[in-house]
Design a protein around this ligand. Structure first.
Ligand code: GDP
Length: 210
């Protein structure tokens, strides 16, 4: 890419949640593969960064994966803090992964999520295993309506609807002014800097050296 990776309009923090084995990591890898910068060895948390242009905006997506911690239900406030979007994943071939979203995960979001208007995307994964399906599409639609989520079914394996899961979520965030305010303020507080600070004593507006 010719543009600097430091240039973007908004930084969004997105989370992947749901039971172990539903395909969160595969989904994330499927979305980011070949274009991601894997920063986990550097800063010690499991997330991937992808630069995209969606809705006419240049976006830096920091997508957090649970790194297996969901198995022990040890995700805490720091995982959820500041997220603009949450992808709630279940496996259409394992009913308990669907019921746990309402019994456990939705409660955890309510408890820890710091952005009131945080956008949620319900994702039924593994639709390539249609003959093993036990959760119907209608059940997904009903859940999404009840909890105020977006909804898609996808396959991280065949890549059906993978891009759409992220894109529909991001477009909805872009339509939500309160999240955009948080997104741009978050950039300044965050380790990611949108632009380097001006050198000490630099006059504003006139300097263009780098
Ligand atoms: P996580 O624990 O939620 O991160 O789940 P993983 O991404 O590790 O996936 C668990 C298992 O499901 C792995 O063996 C994946 O290869 C498999 N898997 C993930 N997504 C799909 C899918 O869409 N279809 C099929 N058939 N298998 C999948």
């Amino acid at each position: 890419s010719s543009s600097s990776p430091a240039e973007f309009d908004y930084l969004f923090k997105l989370l992947m949640i749901g039971d172990s084995g539903v395909g969160k990591s595969t989904l994330l890898l499927s979305f980011t593969s070949n274009t991601f910068e894997d920063l986990s060895p550097t800063i010690g948390v499991d997330f991937k960064v992808k630069h995209v242009t969606m809705g006419g905006k240049k976006l830096k997506l920091a997508i957090w994966d649970t790194a297996g911690q969901e198995r022990f239900r040890t995700l805490t406030s720091s995982y959820y803090r500041g997220a603009q979007g949450i992808i709630m994943v279940y496996d259409v071939t394992r009913r308990e992964t669907f019921t746990n979203l309402s019994d456990i995960w939705a409660k955890e979001i309510d408890l820890y999520s710091t952005n009131q208007d945080c956008i949620k995307m319900l994702v039924g994964n593994k639709v390539d295993k249609e003959d093993e399906r036990v959760v119907s599409k209608k059940e997904g639609i009903d859940f999404a309506r009840e909890y105020g989520c977006l909804f898609l079914e996808c396959s991280a394996k065949t890549r059906v609807n993978v891009e759409q899961c992220f894109e529909e979520l991001v477009l909805k965030i872009l339509e939500t002014p309160s999240l955009l305010a948080v997104g741009s303020a978050g950039v300044k507080r965050n380790i990611f800097k949108q632009k380097p600070p001006p050198p000490d004593g630099a006059a504003t507006g006139g300097c263009c050296s780098s």
